[in-house]
Design a protein around this ligand. Structure first.
Ligand code: CA
Length: 741
């Protein structure tokens, strides 16, 4: 059987090579004859004795059981994750060191099966390899198969009939040993094979099974070149894992030192004076910190605490290498550093090359709070009426109004929810009626309303209505239509809202807002959370750094399966030069996931300011802004932070989840995505939404000089703060301006 596989495997190469090209895991030369050269001694697998942490943190790139590496992600994307990811456990009689990997046998048809997948390792095309592992079982009549994949893993049973008589098709691993019986005592299992030509990396897949559920233990796994299994050794004499051990994970507030834990395993039997290098770079690859770690590494397992004055905000990657650049650190540690602002700070902050600075600003609380719902989300655009009033819809009919440019606010009660305010002071409302949305207009601050036109639409997500200079109303509405991805459409009315045009597609997405520039051009901003088709995973790697960061940070409190829904969750912009009929130049204007609800204003000097919420992780996320001089194509380097939202009860919430679940927080990632607590089904993300204060949405306008400080270019932004367990939903008004041109 195996003899015919090498020729067969050529078929899938075009797709594989194309997909590999988009991935960033370093690959060796995958050229046709990369296998040339002498046999290389040594174990290719890192952490192969399972002495270093294995998923205690959110899984980071590079460790065992990583479901998001380029070869294993197909399992997640096609719902094949194991119910329990193998943890590392103390094993009294481990073959090497003190720990072994524990694999749980899950139901699979009539049998019970478990998998232990290795990190991605380089392999040389056409080379002979031997894979070996020590295995023992708590379950009688257990078995093991040793496998190697050089293409995306797929554990679905291959259709044997499809291969009958077909010389050029097969599925399953590249190489797969016979089934070998496993007993209660440790025994070494070995498998020698060749890998296909024109491949450059692989994942070892140890498959164990039995007739009953239970645990199988694995230790001292070795993948080496050549036809024999040599005595086990670790990949390097010293290997390390860098961890943050934060709650919530991976977020470090800027007002604290950057504290990391370096876990090491040294199997040489005595302390080693091994110099290591810690490098921290931005996700875009710019180096920001490099440290030499020179203390001796103790024999066996050791931990040391690292603490640095970092004082930079942004998204980063930390890695450890040996002095000669060997990858002895098997995971990169991805992390974010958030700015920290006091809720009443009379300033906004901004970052330049990661360093924080302040700009004076005025900040007041709007006299409104809500203990019932978590939303604190004003509609995106504010309008300054001809009488100098500015209104903000809060919830239902509650409206805040200011007549002094946002310094002081009063509450009024409209009888319908405020959608938008026109420059003449009229309120607009959109009410869902059977089959669509009815527009209403009020001339008396929402007391009485007149019905206007109707737009037939299902599942609408309407943004604010914008009145163009020629009086035309343009209303962006996100909606699903049969056969078309969720899209934002522009509806136009040239008679004040009595009749509306068909919807003209703008961009994919929802949650839209429009701005007419001085030039007459219309600028649209929309939230973009695309979904993927089942089994589709290549797109994740097109946005790899920010997507990975999001995946690992959220996998802490939810299941990977849930978070694989989006490969992007950010903001798109597009332009229209004909009043909203034809849209062009669609472009991403933010690039991290969980950045949404964007809106823009134009300053009197022509610059565009984009405001949006940055949500992840919720601890000190907040409203952000950035400035463009060219109409939203390129952005100045400074990032403005209008507020940051603390969540003082995070640890309490995470502990409650841990106690309720008993699984997710030990990172064994049980199959349960929701779990019972006090008679209710509790789902991690929902529980967090209900209990942790987080940033809401924003609304902005440019103040005329008489409502500002006599000078042009001041922005009024309302920022929401969503309800947590102890704090109500509420909103602030901020009078601020970005740096001068
Ligand atoms: Ca071990």
């Amino acid at each position: 059987m195996h003899l015919i596989r090498p020729m067969i495997a050529m078929v899938g190469l075009t797709g594989l090579v194309a997909s590999l090209a988009t991935c960033r895991i370093p690959t060796p030369d995958g050229a046709p004859d990369s296998g040339q050269g002498a046999i290389q001694a040594g174990n290719l697998l890192p952490n192969a004795s399972f002495e270093l942490p294995l998923g205690e943190e959110p899984r980071q790139p590079g460790n065992w059981g990583d479901i998001l590496n380029p070869l294993t992600i197909n399992l997640a994307a096609s719902n094949q994750q194991p119910g329990n990811w193998p943890p590392r456990r103390v094993a009294v009689e481990a073959v090497e060191g003190d720990h072994a990997a524990q694999v749980t046998l899950d139901p699979a048809g009539e049998a019970f099966v478990g998998h232990l997948t290795s990190p991605v390792v380089p392999v040389r095309g056409g080379q002979v390899y031997t894979l070996s592992a020590y295995v023992r079982s708590e379950v009688p009549a257990a078995w093991v198969k040793l496998c190697l994949w050089t293409r995306p893993l797929d554990w679905r049973r291959p259709d044997a009939a499809a291969s009958v008589g077909q010389y050029l098709s097969f599925s399953g691993p590249d190489a797969e040993s016979e089934v070998m019986e496993v007993s209660a005592g440790w025994k070494r299992y070995k498998f020698t094979f060749v890998v296909e030509h024109l491949v450059s990396r692989g994942v070892a897949d140890l498959v164990v099974g039995g007739e009953r559920p239970g645990k199988v233990w694995v230790d001292a796994v070795q993948l080496e070149e050549g036809p024999r299994a040599s005595p086990f050794r670790t990949r390097y004499p010293v290997e390390v894992v860098l961890a943050g051990r934060r709650k919530p994970p991976m977020v470090h507030p800027v007002d604290q030192p950057l504290e990391l834990v370096l876990a090491s395993y040294n199997n040489s039997g005595s302390a080693r004076s091994e110099e290591m290098r810690l490098k921290i770079e931005t996700l875009k690859g710019a180096g920001v910190l490099e440290k030499r770690l020179q203390e001796p590494v103790p024999a066996g397992y050791g931990e040391r605490k690292l603490s640095y004055s970092f004082q930079r905000v942004g998204e980063f990657r930390a890695r450890v290498r040996s002095a000669s650049e060997e990858p002895i650190g098997l995971e990169d540690y991805l992390f974010v550093v958030h700015p920290v602002m006091h809720r009443d700070l009379q300033a906004v902050t901004y970052s330049r090359r990661g360093r924080l600075h302040q700009l004076p600003a005025e900040r007041v609380w709007i006299p409104w709070k809500d203990n019932e719902d978590f939303f604190a989300d004003p509609q995106a655009n504010l309008t300054v009426t001809r009488k100098g009033a500015i209104y903000a819809g809060l919830k239902a009919g509650a409206v805040a109004v200011t007549r002094d440019g946002g310094r002081s606010w009063d509450l009024i009660q409209a009888s319908k929810t405020l959608l938008s305010v026109l420059p003449d002071g009229a309120f607009l409302n959109a009410t869902r009626e059977p089959g669509g949305l009815r527009v209403y207009r009020s001339e008396d601050e929402g007391s009485t309303w007149t019905a206007l036109g109707f737009i037939p639409v299902t599942g609408p997500q309407g943004g604010p209505v914008t009145q163009l200079k020629d009086g035309t109303l343009v209303w962006p509405i996100g909606q699903p239509r049969p056969g078309i991805p969720h899209t934002v459409y522009a509806y136009r009315s040239e008679d004040g809202g009595r009749t509306w045009s068909e919807g003209y597609p703008i961009v994919p997405g929802g949650e839209p807002a429009l701005l007419q520039l001085d030039s007459g051009r219309l600028l649209a901003v929309a939230r973009h959370n695309p979904s993927r088709a089942p089994g589709e995973w290549e797109k994740f790697y097109r946005n790899e750094p920010s997507w990975r960061l999001w995946q690992w940070a959220t996998s802490y409190y939810d299941h990977h399966r849930n978070r694989l829904s989006s490969y992007e969750k950010n903001l798109l912009m597009a332009d229209s030069d004909d009043g909203g009929i034809t849209w062009k130049n669609p472009r991403a204007v933010t690039h991290l996931l969980d950045e949404m609800h964007g809106s823009a204003v134009q300053l009197p000097d022509g610059r565009i300011v984009l405001m949006y919420v940055h949500r992840l992780p919720a601890l000190h996320g907040g409203e952000r802004a950035k400035v463009s001089r060219d109409g939203g194509y390129t952005w100045e380097e400074e990032l403005y932070y209008l507020n940051t939202v603390d969540a003082p009860n995070w640890v309490e919430v995470l502990t409650a989840l841990e106690n309720a679940d008993g699984g997710v927080f030990t990172f064994e990632e049980s199959r349960r995505r929701s779990f019972p607590t006090e008679g209710q089904r509790l789902k991690g993300m929902w529980y967090i939404n209900d209990h942790v204060t987080k940033p809401g949405y924003s609304a902005s306008c440019v103040l005329p000089p008489e409502l500002a400080d006599g000078k042009p270019g001041m922005i009024l932004t309302i920022v929401g703060e969503r309800k947590g367990k102890d704090l109500p939903a509420r909103m602030q008004a901020i009078r601020w301006r970005p740096l001068p041109r």
